[in-house]
Each structure stands twice: as C-alpha cells, then as structure tokens.
Design a protein around this ligand. Sequence first.
Ligand code: ADP
Ligand code: ADP
Length: 232
Amino acid sequence: VAAARATDLSKVYGQGETKVIALDRVSVEFRQGQFTAIMGPSGSGKSTLMHCMAGLDSVSSGSARIGDIELTALKDKKLTQLRRDKIGFIFQAFNLLPTLNAMENITLPMDIAGRKPDRAWLEKVVETVGLSGRLKHRPSELSGGQQQRVAVARALASQPDIIFGDEPTGNLDSRSGAEVLGFLRNSVRELGQTVVMVTHDPVAASYADRVIFLADGRIVDDMLGPTADSVL
Ligand code: ADP
Ligand code: ADP
C-alpha cells in the first residue's frame, strides 16, 4: 500500500538564466509502515521533494499523492485541511511553546484544530517515544533529546498517515539523536506509521528501512536495509 507517491514529479524554480530544475521527473512510492531516509548532497532536491510531497510547495509538473488524494488538484483550503488531518511534521528546530508542558505541547495542534485526541493512541505514543515520566515538564526542564521526542509525539498525536522529518536529529548530540531515531523506528514498527526523513547523516539513515539518494534532482539510488523485510 502506498502512503504517498510521486509520479514524474518536477519542480522548476526561476526562469531563463536563473532557472533551476530542483526535481527532474522523480517517481517514488513511500509504502505504508516504511521508514525511509532521503540522502544526497546539498542542493540535490531533498527538501524540495519533501515539501512537494507534504503539500508545502507547489509542483511544476507531474503528480504528488497522499494516499489516493492528488495534492496538485487541491485548492489552498483543502490542502491545509489535508496537511492537518493526514500529515505530521518534525523539524530540526523543535518549535515547542516554552510556557506549555510536554503533554500540552503534544496536543496543541489538535486543540487548535478542535479535535479530541484518541486517549488510548496518545498513551501508546507517549510510551513509545519514552516520555511517560516527563509529561508535566516544560521544554526548559527537558534535554534536547527529550524536547525532540515531544516534537515526535506531537507529530504522531493526530494519527497522521505519513510523517515527514527535515533533519529531525540535526540539532542533537549523537546520543540524543540515536534515542530519537530509535523511538521513530519504534513508532514505525509498533504504530504502523510511515516516516520519510531527510538527513545528511549516514548514522541517522542507518535507522531507516530504506535509503533513497538524490543527485541533481533525480533519484540515483534506492536501497532497502536489512531490517526492511517485515514491511515488504
Ligand atoms: P537540498 O534539500 O537537497 O539541499 P533543495 O531541495 O533545498 O536541496 O534545493 C534544490 C535546488 O533548488 C537547489 O539548487 C536550490 O538552490 C534550489 N532551490 C530550492 N528552493 C528554491 C527557491 N525557493 N527558489 C529558487 N531555487 C530554489
Ligand atoms: P537544506 O538545509 O535542506 O539544504 P536550504 O538551506 O538549501 O535547505 O534551504 C532552506 C530554504 O530556503 C528552503 O525552504 C528552500 O526552499 C529555500 N531555498 C533554498 N535555495 C534557495 C534559493 N536558491 N533561492 C531561494 N530560496 C532557496
């Protein structure tokens, strides 16, 4: 089952002498329950691919689907709704609100959207990311790794179909980074989530089931790791 799929996806910035082909007819499928890392040199199109698939950036040609919904056919309002309902994001900067405790931060997007979190799911998420004893703590009382785990839990809270991470461990020391990646991998395994993560760190990529390499806006390699069997 494809959680998301790009077909002949191109993204061109500028025109004439400033024209940049950021994505050149990329086709790729992100399977449900799979943890994919996107790697490649700076400027190879990693962020653009993720932004196009997440409906954060418009597409020049081709198709970008989340489940069976064609993003390129949606107007702004529907796109915003789709992002809210089906997509989770984890950014390099954790973007937590300092005055709210961990649990309040985790449920904030759902509170804003007027949605009630599923209690059983929320408990499972909090346990999976290892935050059970830290829910009343504010961000300033948590380590960097714990703060990023709050951000992971926040992305998972609404049960999105797919989660996109942009260098989610880029700001963490290697030990905290390893913890967060371990929890991300757990949530893929135990909660059946689909995760797509951009990283330049081979150690981070080693946590993924699959690694896609981009160069000059094209996929030049697509490798399944040893742990991928269970999802194929
Ligand atoms: P990566 O994430 O792999 O570093 P990006 O997706 O950010 O690569 O960028 C791919 C290419 O598109 C680069 O050449 C970059 O300069 C260009 N690019 C990205 N965003 C824009 C933009 N908003 N305007 C013009 N060019 C852009
Ligand atoms: P990354 O760290 O993934 O390589 P960048 O630092 O290249 O990302 O880009 C950060 C942001 O700036 C992105 O949103 C991208 O769209 C935009 N951007 C990248 N390159 C350009 C460019 N040449 N002109 C305008 N915006 C750009």
